[in-house]
Ligand binder design. Sequence first.
Ligand SMILES: NC(=O)c1ccc[n+]([C@@H]2O[C@H](COP(=O)([O-])OP(=O)(O)OC[C@H]3O[C@@H](n4cnc5c(N)ncnc54)[C@H](O)[C@@H]3O)[C@@H](O)[C@H]2O)c1
Length: 265
Amino acid sequence: MKHILITGAAGAIGSTLRTGLRGCYPLLRLSDVNTMAAAGPGEELAPADLRDCAAVKAAMAGIDCVVHLGGIPREAPWPAILEANIIGTYNLFEAARECGVKRVIFASSNHAVGFHRSSRTIGIDVEPRPDSRYGVSKVYGEALGRLYADKHGISVACLRIGSFREQPADIRQLSTWISRRDMVQLVRCCIDAPEYRYLVLYGVSNNSRARWTNPHAARIGYMPQDNAEDYAAALANRTATGAAAEFHGGSFCDIELTNKINNID
Ligand SMILES: NC(=O)c1ccc[n+]([C@@H]2O[C@H](COP(=O)([O-])OP(=O)(O)OC[C@H]3O[C@@H](n4cnc5c(N)ncnc54)[C@H](O)[C@@H]3O)[C@@H](O)[C@H]2O)c1
């Protein structure tokens, strides 16, 4: 994998990867709908709106591996999710197929499985239980990845990212946090690992309170360096109530909730 495209390159994770992957590959092509800093050595800019098939395809010419981060990273009204995450991710995989891209790393989310009870540890094979329209778009992205892996032989890794932050901000994030350097390492492992067809991984640091089992992470050599527990003492009173306390998805489960928590198994 020599020629890498990052979508959503102007965003929080994209900017971290831009710095962290600098010099690791002969070409890092950076794409976003927002303004990006000027290209440095080994970089190219390819501004593109994911809703625009032709622009996405143009950005992908000559690329071996795409790291797809672009889109809406939170709950939002349906039209916004539809355009950026549903149509945008379709355009991304379709362009990858047309351009002969070998591998796509898709930024999925823990919110694809957010309505599983947090009292239960979950693995990569639990049923989808999205906690939001945003979570639905990530279930859909994982399904698209499976389709393009099976039907077109593209190698696909779906990263169910937990909480990417400078440091964990509440009790839940003591389980879900991923540090900047662990995120860079995880994406590098996904890019560099030899042949795989379809993987689902949780994007988390080496957290003592982890509630997700992550067998594919070890298989591709991911060895996280950071542990959210180092911040635990300062977060003792940052607890949650209601659905946010009951489910893996945290506060996303409370958004627009009209059901009773006890009705959710
Ligand atoms: N940050 C986290 O904790 C976290 C957790 C789980 C999943 N994720 C996923 O990781 C990815 C990156 O997250 P982030 O925190 O860096 O978000 P971010 O909002 O900082 O970055 C997303 C980028 O996507 C771009 N974008 C949005 N719509 C676009 C469009 N139509 N065309 C082209 N670009 C568009 C934005 O301009 C932005 O720069 C997202 O897909 C998000 O769902 C993030």
